[in-house]
Design a protein around this ligand. Sequence first.
Ligand SMILES: C[S@@+](CC[C@H](N)C(=O)[O-])C[C@H]1O[C@@H](n2cnc3c(N)ncnc32)[C@H](O)[C@@H]1O
Length: 258
Amino acid sequence: MKAGLLSKGGNFMDELSQSAKAEFVHHVFSNIAGKYDTMNSVLSFYQHKVWRDVAMAKMAVRRGNRCLDVATGTGDWAIALADEVGDTGRVVGLDFCEEMLDVARPKVAAAGIGAYTKLMSGNAMELPFADDEFDVVTIGFALRNVPDVQVVLNEMTRVAKPGGMVVSLELSKPTWEPFRSLYYFYFYRILPKIGKLVVGDAEPYEWLPRSLITFPDRFKLAEMFQKAGLERVAHYPLTGGICALHMGYKPMVSGGDQ
Ligand SMILES: C[S@@+](CC[C@H](N)C(=O)[O-])C[C@H]1O[C@@H](n2cnc3c(N)ncnc32)[C@H](O)[C@@H]1O
């Protein structure tokens, strides 16, 4: 099922069962784990670092906070969170791909945050935590990859404390022409070729643009945050709408339609 799946073309991925999509995504990230950080910087022209900095500035995470980074991958957002919470806080980075976590582990050790930063295996669709555990729950560039975006947002909301924050950074759909057409030319035509050239395998970087096609736009994703029971939902386009930051807060008194 895994290799060559995208060559079937069309919206084949949309027709896959949830487990088949998860299996395919797992296969993609285990294959590119070693090159993921480099490719991220090259393909986004280092913008992903800017986007994370904007997110951290808007979130204003506090010392001592308990944070969960869902689908942490190679750990960049978990490390940024750990820098803010300090040794009186706690950060958990969760991912279902061990190969990605293997890249994150030495980075966490080198940052000297290992005592209060835990990397663990787990599924975003079924978070292995009790209700109301975290002050901050983040997900970066991974909602496009999960089998059901609403289920993951519901789960992130469930494990956030009342008053806690749920945050997503994700690729999005620019609306302003001619920027939109120029960007889509790069994203759908050029990026997969660069990906194939550097990684030596076409599939991962054919999947990246395809994963955006059916992903909700910025406004629809904000509605899904609200549907998860979050309030004061705010969303910000970044770099002309290539990326979007979404933030929402779990009500102090529960009562959303989760
Ligand atoms: C594009 S990477 C993003 C990694 C990291 N968050 C970042 O900002 O660079 C997507 C990550 O989502 C993870 N992922 C996808 N679906 C998942 C799921 N259902 N449960 C846990 N992790 C998942 C993949 O293993 C991969 O590490």
